[in-house]
Structure formats: C-alpha cells, structure tokens
Ligand binder design. Sequence first.
Ligand code: DUC
Ligand code: ZN
Ligand code: ZN
Ligand code: ZN
Length: 490
Amino acid sequence: AEYDLLVLNGLMVTVDKMGEFDIAVKDGKIAKVVQKGGLDGAQAKKIINAQGGMVMPGGVDAHVHLQEPALFGKGESADSYETGTRSAICGGTTTLITFAPQRKSEPSLLSALAATHHLARDNCYTDYSFHLICSNAGPKAISEFAALREEGISSLKIYMTYEALQLKDSEILDVLFEARKQKIVTMIHAENGAIIDWTIKKLEEKKLFAPKYHVTSHPPVAEIEATYRAISLSGFIDVPILIVHVSSPAAAQHISEAQQKGLPVYAETCPQYLFLTRKDLDKPGFEGAKCVCSPPPREGEQDHEGIWKGLEDGTFTVLSSDHCPFLYEDTNIGKKSVISAEHPNGHFKYIPNGCPGVETRLSLALSANRLKLQKFVEVTSTNAAKLYGLYPRKGALIPGESDADLTIWYPEKNDFQLTNSMLHHNVDYTPYEGKTLNQWPRYTVLRGEVIWARDEGGLIAKKGVGQFLKRDVSTLAGSRSHGEWSVEDF
Ligand code: DUC
Ligand code: ZN
Ligand code: ZN
Ligand code: ZN
C-alpha cells in the first residue's frame, strides 16, 4: 500500500491550522495533509474515518513523576514507567517528559540519568524524555550540563522547598548561570520552604492535623514570594525559566508582569488548580488526602477563573498533569500509616504530596469547554514540544517533519461520570471521581501505530513501543542578548 494509515473526514486542529483535512501517514511520519476528499482512492493498510470527530497532535505531558524513589521521605511512586505511560496513552497523551531525580548525597547528574534510563527502557507505551532534577548543585553536577546536552537533555528541575531537594539562592544562581551557557531550560518549584515549615509548626501547636490543613500550611504568600524571587534570580542571569505548577493567580500576576517586560519567564499550571479547591480536602475522615498536592488547590472559583484566564491570555505556556501517583490504601504511606489514636484523622504533614492525573488531563480540560480548540492544542501539546526542544517532531502535524502522533476525539452522545475503574494507572483513586465529562479519546496513535482504540479493544499495543527522545534546545525565546552584562563578563 501507498500509505500505512489514512485519517479521513475529521476536523484537524493544530496551532497553525484548523479545518477539514485528510491525513496520510507513512513510516511513522505525517506524509500528507490535504483538503478533505483529496486522498480519495489512495491505498492504505488502515483507514480511520473520523467523520464528526476531531484530530489533534498527540498530547505532550511535560510534568510526570514515575518510579522516583521516596525523595520527600513520603512514599514510593505507585506507577512504574509501564503503568504510567499506559495510563497516558489511554488518555490521549503520546509523549511524556518525566523526571530523573538526583539525590542530595549523589554528586552526579549523569548517573541519575543512567539509572532512570534503566527504569524506562523497553517499558513504555509513549515516547519519553527526562528532565534532570538537580538537588545537589555542586561542581560535579554543574560540570555535567554540557554532557547532558550531548545526551539529549535540555531541561532541569530545581526546588526552592523540601529539605531533601531545596537549593540555596546561591546554588540556584550557579545552576542558572551554567544553564544559560548550555541553553538549558530550568524548571523551578517556587514555594518558600521556611514559610511552610513555620506554618506547619503553628498548626501542630494548635493540634490541627486534618488533611485540609495542608492548604493552610502552604499559603499563597509562600508561592508568591518564591515566584517573584525565581523571576528576580533568572532576570539577573538573563536566562529562560519555567515556573512549574502555578496555583495562585497572584503568582501568575508576577509572571505576567515579567513577561510584559520581555523576560523569558514561562509558566505551567495543572488541572488540579482548575478543578479542585480547599473544600475537596475537607471531607469526612481521611478522604481529603486524595487531593493533597503542592502547591495545594486554592480557595474557590475566583482562583480557578484566574488560572483559566492565564491559560487564555498566554501567561501559562503549558497545562501539564503533575501526575505524582501514591496509593491511598498504602500500608506504609497511606491512610493506615498516618491514622493513630493521637491523630484519628491522620496528620496532613505525612500525606505524600501529589495527585494522579496523566490520563485525565486532556479530557478534563476539553470537557470544560473553556479554551478555544487551537489554544487547547497549544497548551497541552505544541508549547511543551517547543519549550523542551521536541518541535516540530512532536506537537505538530507537519508533513515530512512531524511524527504521526494523533489523538482522535469523537463527540460523545451522552455525558458520562468518570470513575477510577476506567483508568489505567496503578493508583487506587482519582481526585475527580464522579465528575461529569463529555470527551474521551477514541483513538491514540503513536508514530502511525494505533495504541488505544477505545471501542475496539482498548489498549491494543505492547509495552516497549515508546522510544526515548533526544531533545534539542528550546525554540521559544531564550536569553535576551541585550542584558546589562553578558556571560563573558565572568
Ligand atoms: N512537586 C511536584 O512537582 N510534584 C508533586 C509534589 C511537588 O511538590
Ligand atoms: Zn514541584
Ligand atoms: Zn471551578
Ligand atoms: Zn511534580
């Protein structure tokens, strides 16, 4: 046959183009995109008739935690590379960028990278890459940035909180300075660790232990202060950063002001900051633990509105899941371990911080019907590919350039209720149990191969189809060359 796959009669939605186009796939790549009807008579091994549906570039989720050791001292990851990428592909996401964590006791980043390669190799259902988590920014780690670029790694994550991970401001400057030289994007977890620790102590003095006090212990000011500090430090060095998982509209305001000054400050938000509030942590017993993440869900609808607005107006570059999977019924870290006579509803500070969501990210956001379709594709796929050096191989449907990664949606006849039993992760809950949705991907295609066919067998490929992606530099705006001083001054 002339082609391996034809996708006909759908509404194609990419950032550059939206309309009725037919798509031809050959050897894992987009071969042709033509006006509907233009591939009549073409021969193909497989044809998908997407009449009435939408065809988008596969989702790119650039914030996913899989199989990390219990770095925060709070428990093991429930999802492996196998189960996490399985969950992703069944929810329409074809590329993940997960984390390769360096321990503070480990001076090398390259050894953390090697260890993570070992976990992922031959186990994935999506294509994948890694951000290195730098928690020991000593000379050895800094000296390895150039080698990371050779290995196809063009981004790092650093933390301003969590004892096991936190860097001092001087160490952040060391990282940013070398990141600028090597054209690496630095992701920053911006919360002020001292404010959080102090607030936890105050709550404990008052014997306030319920899950909802997790929100109280991570006040907006902790996020706002650290966000402003991260912007200041990166502006001083003149280097691009991405503030991860922004939850507070006031923090987003600082980001927007930096962007208006022309600084290369990028930002990410996540579904938990669009759909959850403090009330979701204030449920009978220990239930609220299912919605504990950091930063926490904020107060209410006004906060959600502020975050949606930031997505619409471009303050947020990407909408990622921050999938961070823990078991609710885990005997070591879950409910059973933290409920005691002294703490009958558990103690919020022992609850692992993170929610599962790699499979629900796209359908939650699409079902909300808030973003224009092309904006939806931009923040859930294309911008992540651009920021992290995967564009136009990922995040686009450009003939001869892009991999044939497709998410195909059909309009649902009826709304449906999400339940955890529909999902493919290895977590025993979803924070969105019972939520009404109206969209779920009918097909997910990875490099021309149908991996997920909702009504024709579900998951129909074997693990190991996913490949490691060597990444190049970001194609979004980088350092401004007209800074007050240049790297060469030092
Ligand atoms: N930071 C993350 O990026 N994910 C989960 C928890 C956290 O603090
Ligand atoms: Zn974080
Ligand atoms: Zn809301
Ligand atoms: Zn995270």
